[in-house]
Design a protein around this ligand. Structure first.
Ligand code: UTP
Length: 228
């Protein structure tokens, strides 16, 4: 059937904020819909956002185990993925896949497949990276609520610079340094980074904004590229 280009886009959980004032979901999905119209296929991975965080925080107060807390985050991210499907006019897979295999099968028949989390123990970034690996995605666009990876924490250091690219080993050290990422775990998790590294998945970390996503899909220089 020829070669089909598949792109994986992780949507920052911030898009699913209960009071999103800036970029509504429809605008953010526009570049993806346009790409699908031009014959590309997409897997969209929805984050859990503030709703997931709130449930996890409450569950923790009740003494729930971490696995169950993660499971609540997963369920919320799946509900967010349903909202993504509801927002799209393209041919979407009418269910939220729960395994890599199901994603691969869904992609055979649908232009766009949306998922949330898979298993406890990692974030939706890792899910997105694992999917990108499985479907041999030509690009992984990992959107966050910041512009990309900075040389230091931009909230604390006014000289912090946005890096146009970064070596996996350096990013790994930054992610391990808890202080540097406090409050911004959304950037990337270590499982995701390992997968990106081992399968050399072309990856860009960028802000979840329609123009920036469009530019990333057009392979323009936005956000931070991971050097694989
Ligand atoms: P995320 O942390 O990935 O969503 O998933 P987010 O906070 O919206 O992500 P960013 O901020 O955009 O990056 C929400 C929670 O769901 C659980 C974890 O507890 C995670 O913090 N989860 C998600 C899993 O346990 N496994 C998964 O595969 C996905």
């Amino acid at each position: 059937v020829g070669f089909v280009v598949v792109i994986v886009v992780k949507l920052s959980g911030s898009v699913f904020s209960l009071e999103t004032k800036d970029e509504p979901l429809k605008k953010i999905l526009k570049p993806i819909e346009d790409g699908a119209k031009n014959g590309k296929r997409f897997v969209i991975v929805a984050g859990g956002g503030e709703v997931a965080r709130k449930y996890i925080e409450l569950g923790r107060q009740f003494g729930m185990d971490d696995s169950s807390l993660d499971q609540m985050g997963i369920e919320i991210s799946r509900v967010n993925a349903m909202l993504v499907n509801g927002c799209l006019n393209s041919t979407v897979y009418p269910s939220i896949p729960k395994t890599l295999e199901e994603v691969a099968i869904a992609l055979k028949t649908s232009d766009i497949v949306s998922c949330g989390g898979f298993h406890p123990g990692h974030s939706t970034n890792a899910v997105a990276a694992l999917i990108a690996e499985r479907v041999r995605a030509s690009l992984f666009v990992n959107t966050t609520d910041v512009e990309g990876v900075y040389s230091s924490d931009p909230r604390k250091d006014k000289h912090a610079k946005l890096l146009s690219n970064i070596e996996p080993a350096k990013l790994s050290r930054m992610l391990e340094d808890a202080k540097m990422i406090a409050g911004s775990y959304d950037l990337m998790d270590l499982v995701a980074l390992k997968v990106i590294e081992r399968s050399r998945i072309p990856t860009v970390i960028c802000k979840c904004n329609p123009d920036i996503i469009q530019a990333a899909l057009d392979l323009k220089d936005v956000g931070t590229k991971i050097l694989v």
